[in-house]
Design a protein around this ligand. Structure first.
Ligand code: CUA
Length: 308
């Protein structure tokens, strides 16, 4: 989906105002350009003609070029106030959020409190339904922005912001952090996956499953390593003692489209490369390069891929 084609009434409000302002600005630009060209051609110096007389002051013209822009500016101000209301509809203070987004350096923690789902970086929404969203930050100021769906909204430490997220057509909408937040600011990608209600319900039931901890083979070794090594000090996996939120929730990581907030497409090979040397892909991220053995990494990958 090209980023500036609005797919929600909020984004449409912003896009409409942009097009009106572009039209007014473009019209003025063409008018001024035409007047300059006419003046250059019609009043150019000709051989044998004297210097033209200078003209000082013209009440009518001066009034016109003060009043007309004044009217235009007031008109744009009125349109803008209307746009602000359409782009950010007021929601009653008692409304419980459908989704809590917590920005971290450098990923998005996602929490659906009503559905009891925790995930990261990939927001699933039912098409056409407004989701009331609360946005927070775990560290510095970030900004949540999915251009097709609406305005930017800052994630400010110690403060909750609210917005409504809605997509009127099914599809994957790409967004990113829009406030410089450190070395990997560019790798804080957001995907909003808007799908028909039935597909959304399927996703919800998948995400709501507490995965069985594997009891045999490489995956079982991986499950033990996950708790013994430092993985469990930063990540959460439902149904296990791991419950930390310094890193993304890994309960259903194998069902996500990307790893590292968009740095890699998700596949067992990429997951392996990521665990092997996350710093090569995302220097400065909290995920260290542990120097694990190949066997250890393979076991961890087998475990994470088995969690469904
Ligand atoms: Cu987070 Cu920029």
């Amino acid at each position: 989906m090209p980023p500036f084609i609005p797919q929600s009434s909020q984004a449409k409000a912003i896009s409409d105002l942009f097009l009106i302002t572009l039209g007014i600005g473009g019209g003025i630009f063409l008018l001024v350009l035409a007047l300059v060209i006419i003046a250059m051609v019609r009043f150019r110096a000709r051989p044998g003609q004297p210097e033209p007389k200078a003209v000082y002051g013209n009440k009518k013209l001066e009034l016109a070029w003060t009043i007309i822009p004044g009217i235009l500016l007031v008109g744009i101000l009125v349109l803008m106030i209307g746009t602000m209301q359409r782009a950010d509809p007021v929601v009653s203070a008692e409304t419980q959020p459908d989704l809590i987004i917590i920005a971290h350096q450098w990923f998005w923690e996602l929490n659906y409190p009503k559905l009891n789902i925790k995930t990261a970086n990939e927001i699933h929404l039912p098409v056409g339904k407004p989701f009331y969203v609360e946005i927070r930050s775990a560290d510095v100021t970030h900004s949540f922005w999915v251009p097709n769906l609406g305005r930017k909204i800052d994630a400010t430490p110690g403060f909750s912001s609210h917005t409504t997220l809605q997509a009127n057509a099914a599809g994957t909408y790409l967004g990113s952090c829009a406030e410089y937040c450190g070395a990997q600011h560019a790798w804080m990608k957001i995907r909003v996956i808007a799908e028909p209600q039935a597909a959304f319900d399927t996703w919800v039931s998948q995400q709501s499953q507490v995965p069985q901890t594997p009891t045999s083979g490489e995956a079982a070794t991986g499950a033990q390593l996950f708790q013994q090594l430092s993985c469990a000090s930063c990540h959460a996996i439902a149904g296990t003692p791991a419950n930390k939120t310094f890193g993304p929730d890994l309960t259903h990581v194998s069902l996500r489209e990307t790893l590292g907030a968009g740095v890699l497409t998700n596949s067992p090979d990429h997951l392996k490369s990521w665990i092997q040397d996350a710093q090569a892909y995302k220097p400065g991220a909290l995920m260290p390069t542990f120097g694990l053995s190949d066997n250890e990494i393979n076991a961890l990958v087998a475990y994470l891929e088995a969690l469904q």
